[in-house]
Design a protein around this ligand. Sequence first.
Ligand SMILES: CSC[C@@H](O)[C@@H](O)C(=O)COP(=O)(O)O
Ligand SMILES: [Zn+2]
Length: 243
Amino acid sequence: MACTCNSHNSDSVHLSTAVDPNDVLVTSSDPIHPANLICELCRRFYDNGWVTGTGGGISIREEDNIYIAPSGVQKERLVPENMFVMDLKSQEYLRKPLALKPSACTPLFMSAYTMRGAGACIHTHSQAAVMVTLLFDKVFEISSIEQIKAIPKVVEPGNLWYSDKLVIPIIENTEKEEDLTDSLQQAIKDYPGTTAVLVRRHGIYVWGETVWKAKVYNEAIDYLLEIAVKMKQFGIETVKAKD
Ligand SMILES: CSC[C@@H](O)[C@@H](O)C(=O)COP(=O)(O)O
Ligand SMILES: [Zn+2]
């Protein structure tokens, strides 16, 4: 049916797509239901410049249900009924909104779920993330900044200490998002202590045991990436020699 609204033009997707019989999977008055939370967090990430121009996004797992946003849409304008839902075990879609495609980041998000048991995975095009991939070679490294204490050790309980070194692997970008999957998986294997992977000239993937942990890690890492860029501008080493 042709659209009659005033705000619709050929460049914008109509984000209202209530056509799926499995709407129950995405209909809830609970603000922290994954379908609602993806919309809220994408708006907040957009305001930080992390998911502008349709880039980036977030996926959340609720038990075996994986919530995934559509591809190529303005992430800050998502509504719950736009969400795809995939079953973790069968990797079959339980809900597929018509006329939309699932995020191209889906195989990367799935890697965080299957390889690390993540509860959510965030992908941003943060400018700080892109800049550090131009300033560092194979890995990003920083130590002795208080915010490091928000990042988990992963291989053992607890978080890094102030003077510990945070190391995040950098993989090379590919023309298509899904072609990053093999190198992202290799980085996850090679760096068992990481909770994030940087993608050169592209952005970052950050995951955590829960959506809240993923959110905190993404915020703390972005802070560290941004400060590292500034340190480099001033000629300050990001890894401090031990006193
Ligand atoms: C500006 S296009 C960016 C995409 O190619 C991709 O990198 C991305 O982050 C989002 O992919 P999407 O399929 O829209 O969820
Ligand atoms: Zn991207």
